[in-house]
Design a protein around this ligand. Structure first.
Ligand SMILES: Cc1ncc(COP(=O)(O)O)c(C=O)c1O
Length: 387
């Protein structure tokens, strides 16, 4: 039986990150950097736990931003310049983005030509790139597949000029999501089939995110090998960049929640929690997937205490629809329900739908000390989002 007593004294609801687990991920990512000679940067869209940015900076080569807010957070808390890419840039933000960026990638040639003059007029060195679409992906969930027909992400090969436009120094693609090194190998094949003539003119290429490098069964040796081979095919490349988010935050912490009520609907027992799947762990509904709950198992015909886990918003679908959970004991109000692996793509995607309260955020340092970093969301936070 899983002992949840270690969570006593931590408020509920609360995202809790274990810095030791983060450091183990960072050590592995650093090893890949050292062995393959690529740069690995942290994608804030997936992992923006900025309390630990100084730790990340010790291991990785920086971070990637997809907005001005992310770029500024990188400058303030990681103290480096961002590799920036967004599907569209906003006029009113562009100069600030240049200020915070070392690399800046455009999603289309029209965006490049729109901003080129401004981009070239800044008084510092920024390396500019274009996102291309290799039209290959092994991602099976359409919501996360940037290579579907009609995709708005990246330039198709037939829309690229025969040579890189003047002042463009890099190419970027992103077509993976929770994929292994063999999917990357196939994506690289598609990328090179279409764009090899342009890769030969680049200073850098960025292979995007979606590399599940820190997952237990990931073939690290194979990844290092294919990256080395790729670099050997293009000796002109000064830098090859990978920008994972999920792999940085993978298995680094939990979301603690509490049962507030237990109700029954014609034989289905439902534990109503003080968190919302829609607002606090939306990937459970969007992907969808069934999260791991500490101490809970898959129900079978012998299971006695089987519960559906329900969220606190009034969205009809705010519950784990991918299956119910079996517990050793009947659930009662006040019991803790602890969701595992809830640090990536959770805090960065929260919403104030229904005005629900945001969980607190805390960290367990390497010496075991728990530090509460932010209190649960307050009324002022909710009000400020509206007017
Ligand atoms: C352009 C780009 N880079 C990097 C990432 C990070 O991907 P992941 O967190 O799956 O590694 C994403 C995710 O959507 C992305 O769109």
């Amino acid at each position: 039986m899983t002992d949840l007593s270690k969570f006593a004294g931590i408020p509920s609801p609360c995202y809790v990150m274990y810095e030791e687990a983060l450091e183990a991920n960072l050590q592995l990512l650093r090893l890949v950097e050292e062995e393959s000679g690529v740069s690995i940067i942290c994608a804030l869209k997936g992992f923006a736990f900025w309390h630990s940015f100084p730790l990340i900076r010790n291991y990785l080569s920086g971070a990637t931003a997809s907005s001005l807010n992310e770029a500024r957070l990188i400058a303030e808390e990681m103290q480096c310049e961002a590799h920036t890419y967004a599907p569209v840039y906003l006029e009113e933000e562009f100069e600030s983005l240049l200020f915070y960026s070392s690399h800046l990638t455009f999603n289309s040639l029209s965006q490049w030509y729109k901003y080129k003059e401004k981009a070239l007029s800044v008084n510092k060195k920024i390396s500019f790139g274009l996102r291309v679409n290799p039209e290959y992906s092994e991602v099976t969930t359409d919501l996360y597949n940037p290579a579907l027909p009609g995709s708005r992400l990246g330039i198709l090969v037939e829309n690229m000029p025969p040579h890189l436009p003047e002042h463009i120094e890099g190419l970027h693609f992103h077509v993976l999501c929770e994929n292994d090194s063999y999917a990357l190998e196939n994506a690289l094949k598609a990328f090179e089939e279409r764009f090899a003539h342009l890769i030969k003119e680049c200073k850098w290429v960025n292979l995007g995110g979606g590399h599940h490098i820190t997952r237990e069964d990931y073939d690290i040796a194979h990844l290092i090998e294919i990256l080395k081979q790729f670099k050997a095919r293009y000796p002109n490349l000064e830098e090859v960049i990978l920008e994972p988010g999920e792999a940085v935050g993978w298995q680094t912490g939990v979301l603690i929640s509490t049962v507030e009520d237990v109700i029954e609907n014609r034989g289905t027992k439902i534990a109503m929690l003080n968190i919302s799947f829609s607002c606090h762990l939306p990937d459970c509904l969007e992907m969808p997937y069934k999260p791991a709950v500490l101490g809970a198992t898959e129900p079978d015909e012998n299971s006695k205490n089987v519960y559906r886990l329900g969220g606190s918003s009034c969205l009809a679908g705010d519950y784990i629809g991918m299956g119910d959970f079996a517990f050793n004991e009947p659930l009662e109000p006040g019991d803790l329900i602890v969701f595992d692996d809830m640090i990536h793509y959770t805090m960065v995607k929260t919403t104030y739908f229904n005005g629900v309260k945001h969980p607190a955020i805390g960290v367990v340092k390497a010496d075991g000390e728990f530090i509460l970093l932010s209190e649960p969301g307050q009324y002022e936070d909710y009000k400020k989002k509206l007017s």
